[in-house]
Design a protein around this ligand. Structure first.
Ligand code: ZN
Length: 377
């Protein structure tokens, strides 16, 4: 390479690098997923997961078609780890209980397509996911929580890089088979790019010899405290204007249950849902009627990057994905047997055991865990 050419390349780098660093990255799920799979090759590739999930979606849809099985509304127990730096409750990253509750209420409105809320839509493919989220009342020590579903952590720093957060998760996580773990953190900007949140995708079951320990210790979602809550439900002045209606958690929970970005992270890419039109790229703002890839885009979909106020839809195919994940993915399906929502009914003990696998070869081993209710001996 001649000196002149080399100089030209160096010049190009110097000019191009700051520009790309300016790109906003609201959701870091895909980036974090790539890093996770390098660290834990045992969980396989995203493509392998997709093959598994497609099979499970077909099984679920066939089962429902028989009419002999009805899918129920299910409830997922939640713990919100509020990570702060010693601020008083209600100040800075140490967000108030009211702000947490406003956020969980919003999540339920969106997942239930609740009428008379911004989560409602009249689209022919708009789905009620029939999944609800409830703040846990029992902590891992079996005690009633003072603030249901809220675990306040003084992390000893004011903001957190994604590496630091991944480490924080490993020593603060609550059993991910009992709780949906949500960390609310001041996520440090990297360069001038600000991440609002990211999720860890579900994994497939049935991999022989798979030890899940590694990836299980970081399972859950991370959301910036300045987009967690809903300014329609209270006075939460810290919320970023375009992301102040709680849709970051809706989006990340979609990923956590197996959804992909609506543009498939590529130009007219694949999100594995037939009822979401192809789209060239992420949307910004609220470009209703946007056209790309030969179709009118569904910019109101929660798996786009539109402003919070713009969003109101998950589709039926997205529902199939999430419900298939919930039926089949380790650490997701177990949540439905969790007892941390405090079955305070009392009375006679209820026997409840869960197995670590649903299918087993002859002479294979199955491990059962006792999750019985009402203090049996
Ligand atoms: Zn995303």
């Amino acid at each position: 390479m001649s000196r002149l050419v080399r100089f030209f390349f160096l010049y190009l780098l110097a000019v191009v690098t700051p520009v790309s660093a300016q790109e906003v990255e609201p959701c870091a799920t895909m980036v974090m997923d790539s890093l996770l799979r390098v660290k834990h090759p045992e969980i396989g590739s995203l493509d392998e997961f997709e093959i598994f999930l497609q099979r499970k979606i077909r099984e679920r849809n066939d089962l429902l078609k028989t009419g002999r099985v009805v899918e129920e509304v299910v409830t997922i127990p939640v713990v919100v780890h509020v990570v702060h730096n010693g601020e008083n409750v209600g100040s800075g990253a140490n967000i108030s209980r009211a702000q947490v509750e406003a956020q969980i209420e919003t999540l339920n409105e969106d997942f239930r397509k609740k009428i008379n809320t911004p989560g409602y839509n009249t689209h022919s493919r708009g789905a009620d996911i029939e999944i609800e989220f409830q703040l846990a009342v029992i902590n891992p020590q079996g005690q009633q929580m003072a603030e249901p579903g809220i675990n306040r952590i003084n992390g000893g720093r004011s903001s957190w890089t994604r590496d630091q957060i991944e480490n924080l998760k490993t020593y603060t996580i609550w059993d991910p088979t009992l709780y949906y773990n949500i960390w609310v953190v001041d996520i440090a900007p990297s360069g001038s790019s600000q991440t609002l949140g990211y999720a860890q995708f579900p994994v497939q079951s049935g991999l022989q010899g798979l030890s899940e320990g590694g990836a299980a210790t970081t399972d859950g979602v991370v959301v910036h405290y300045r987009v967690f809550g809903n300014s329609r439900k209270g006075n939460f002045p810290n919320l970023f204007p375009n992301n102040n209606q709680g849709r970051t958690l809706t989006h990340e929970t979609g990923h956590w249950l197996g959804l992909r970005h609506i543009w498939g992270d590529a130009n007219c890419g694949n999100d594995y849902c037939d009822d979401t039109p192809p789209q060239a790229s992420a949307s910004n703002g609220c470009p209703v009627g946007r056209q790309s890839c030969g179709s009118v885009n569904m910019v109101e979909n929660y798996m786009d990057y539109s402003n919070d106020a713009c969003m109101n839809i998950f589709t039926l195919d997205q529902k199939s994905r999430m419900r298939a994940v919930l039926r089949n993915s380790p650490r997701r399906r177990e949540l439905l047997n969790s007892t941390v929502l405090g079955d305070t009914r009392g009375g006679a003990p209820i026997a409840r055991f869960i197995s670590d696998r649903q299918q087993v070869l002859l002479n294979g081993e199955v491990q059962f865990t006792d999750r019985s209710l009402n203090n049996p001996t």
